[in-house]
Design a binder for this molecule. Sequence first.
Ligand code: HEC
Length: 619
Amino acid sequence: MRMGRSGIALLLVAFCACSAIALGQGQSHSSYKAEDRLGTESGFGIFQLRCTRCHGNPGAAKPAPAPSTLRQLAPEAIYDALTTGTMKVQGRSLSDEERRRVAESLSGRPLGGAQPGDASNMPNHCAGGLPFRDPLASPAWNGWGADPSNSRFQPAATVSAEQAPRLKLKWAFGYPNGVTAASQPTIVSGRVFVGTDIAYVYSLDAATGCVYWSFRTKASVRNAISIGEIAGHAGKYAAYFGDAKANVYALDAATGELLWTTHVEDHFTARIAGAPTLHAGRLYVPVSSFEEFNADASDYPCCTFRGSVVALDAATGRQIWKTYVIPEEPKPTRKNSTGTQLFAPAGASVWNSPTVDVEAHAIYFGTGDSETEPAVKTSDSVMALDMDSGKLLWNFQATENDAYIRGCWGSPKKRSENCPRTLGPDWDFGASPILRKLGNGHRVLIAAQKSGNVFALDPDRQGALLWKVNVESKRPRPNPVLVWGGAADAQNAYFGLTSGGMVALRLEDGARQWFTPMVAKGASRERKGMAAAATAIPGAVFVGGWDGRLHALSSSDGHELWEYNTARQFTTVNHVTAHGGSFGAPGPAIVGGMLFVASGYGVFGNDLPGNVLLAFSVE
Ligand code: HEC
């Protein structure tokens, strides 16, 4: 559940595990080290290490505001408190960069981002434009997985495999002052909808990149937006998404006006990393957290967050049900030697977008690891819930006893007392399960785990295991091997590997159809591997690398059709200085003869940050 931090986070965990091991994190509970900096997420860890002694500790000598109260403050207010205000003594022990990081992570949005991000301050307004029409009337890539099965397959791509080599950049849009482009664009009715880390959501014209509207969110938005008609309001459509402070929003898709917003989880570390799934008038919202980030800090009352999925009425935002991955509430266990009360059970974040099974009336999602021992039976699992009631239908646990906290890698003797005695492998399910029908009429649910194991489960037999394959042939494997997931057409599932390359597995039996190694090139040679989600169209499959290169491969034999290096500066339609970089979570969205992708996943510190949305079309 480390994923908790943000879906990304988890991924980060994966990426950072090795370097962290090398750094010997045994002391991380006593001091924050510069090497701990892991991009935009690191401020959460600073808070756990340096602030929870007072904030979040009911026994503190002088009552300090609760973390959830601090999270309501603007980043400027937190930064000012640490530099010139009431917290300047505490702030003195941090570098200026660390003060900025903790202010931005707590508030969920960057310093100084409000003005330049507003569409009214941009030069490229759309003059009129087409009316916003029925999303179903024109080709779309709507939400994370393109369809309720999360196949990430676009059957109606007017880009063909033959045309892929002729994809040319058409326009670029820059996120003002952004350092992370981590939201996958949605394209509906000729418009692009995308969230940003600068806490703005934009609606752009798909053909030109002109801006229709912007909306200021309470925190950054990294998931994919879903568009749907609002029940009882024929011809009116809403844009749905969640933010880094566990708020879900519905905006008028045509104008960007707020229709409703609902806070789905009170834990102060809660966030929505995976995209809420929209189906038949309901939103299924995955809830994740950043608690695991530095829960080893001995001042931190580890651990109290539980992952969940929440069903909301899409018309009103009203909660229909909420199912925690861990049914029991965390209870006090023991005190550590600093006197901090510890709790269990906790963890099992959900940082992938739920999959809808209309036939079985079920929703499926993957869960992350447990934060506490003994690990719960629902961590590192694929869960099936009844759509109407949220009741558990079945659970498939891939890895038992995976209790894990970032920062606990050192030798057991040097570890924080908050750490699990037996540290688990951190094998979350970060990818959305993919539901597919085989040629023989049987159905299969494909779930990819960080371990590199791909599981095929039978959705019509309580999730019974059909086959299991590991995508890595070599050991030792990197951790994680599979992060944000694959794409599947009618024959195969395709996965990018963090060791560098892509593999095709036959849906029927998991047999490997091909493997294409992909080496990172250029200035970012050391940034190898594919963590981002893949995208498929008839005849081709697309995946972006940590080095910023986007690839198209033939789905029949894996040969490369096209490559484009996004790790460079771009001239943008909104005149913002913009740079591409690593591909992290989001994959490309392909629709109407165009390909859209956000580039620059600046989250983990070993990546290439960026702030650009790119649109390609076939020349
Ligand atoms: C030694 C205890 C202690 C530590 C450590 C501490 N704080 Fe505080 N903090 C307090 C108390 C007490 C208050 C309330 C002060 C008051 O109202 O005068 C406070 C208030 C604040 C406020 C509100 C300031 C305002 O003007 O409203 C912020 C923001 C804040 N702390 C952030 C932090 C951050 C970030 C850290 C870690 C880097 C931190 N604090 C560490 C005790 C602490």
